[in-house]
Design a protein around this ligand. Structure first.
Ligand code: 3PG
Length: 216
């Protein structure tokens, strides 16, 4: 039997509150995964989302889970039940989707994995609330309506806490984090392709450190 929904929601909240920013990472080379995650954790960002968008993503999650102290590694771009199962088997401690579907929510009900499904409208947020999800990814944050849109959801839906992702960067993150219904922001700006390709982990750590300081 899977862990009860309230417990999984509590764990999801704890993960989201560990730092103001969740790095959203695309790993192209498996050898990059562990040093990259170590740099993010050293910079103060322990919750790391590895997107299931490359052939090495699951192996990257496995390596990070096994080898990086203090990390909470999650699987992103979880699109179906098979992805969710594979993420759990690889050692992910949470899963994230850009949206949600009835089949995926059913699969998540049967899983022990803390899960952050995506929403980008009031109706989608309400559907997720009905299914027990207080913590939701708002995606794609900027194109789907931006700061004013998410602020407007806070009054009718104060019980929803969003991790907003998509189009957010170092310059705008603080404004998002100032919203009452934003618990964290996610983004790929911590791991620019050129720094990762060059293995410049000190620079990645510096970007993480700046992001970790965004909320006091
Ligand atoms: C994603 O899933 O791609 C994330 O939302 C990252 O978006 P960003 O690249 O705009 O930060």
């Amino acid at each position: 039997m899977s862990t009860a929904m309230p417990a999984r929601q509590q764990t999801m909240e704890t993960i989201l509150r560990r730092a103001p920013v969740v790095p959203v990472v695309i790993v192209h080379e498996l050898a990059q995964a562990v040093p990259l995650a170590r740099a993010l954790v050293a910079g103060g960002l322990p919750a790391v989302e590895i997107t299931l968008r490359t052939p090495v993503a699951l192996d990257a999650i496995r390596a990070i889970a096994n080898e990086v102290d203090g990390v909470a590694v999650g699987a992103g771009t979880v699109l179906n039940a098979a992805d969710l199962l594979a993420a759990e088997k690889a050692g992910a401690c949470f899963a994230v989707s850009p949206g949600h579907s009835p089949a995926l929510l059913d699969a998540a009900d049967d899983s022990d994995l803390p899960y952050l499904p995506g929403a980008s409208t009031a109706s989608e947020a309400m559907t997720l609330l009905e299914r027990g999800y207080r913590w939701q990814k708002f995606f794609p944050a900027v194109p789907a309506g931006g700061i004013e849109f998410v602020r407007a959801l806070a009054s009718p839906l104060p019980q929803v806490g969003f991790c907003t992702t998509g189009g957010i960067g170092a310059a705008s993150a603080a404004a998002w984090l100032a919203l009452p219904n934003v618990v964290a922001v996610g983004g790929s700006w911590l791991t620019p392709m050129e720094l990762v390709a060059a293995g410049d982990w000190a620079a990645v750590e510096a970007l993480a450190r700046e992001a970790a300081a965004l909320r006091g």
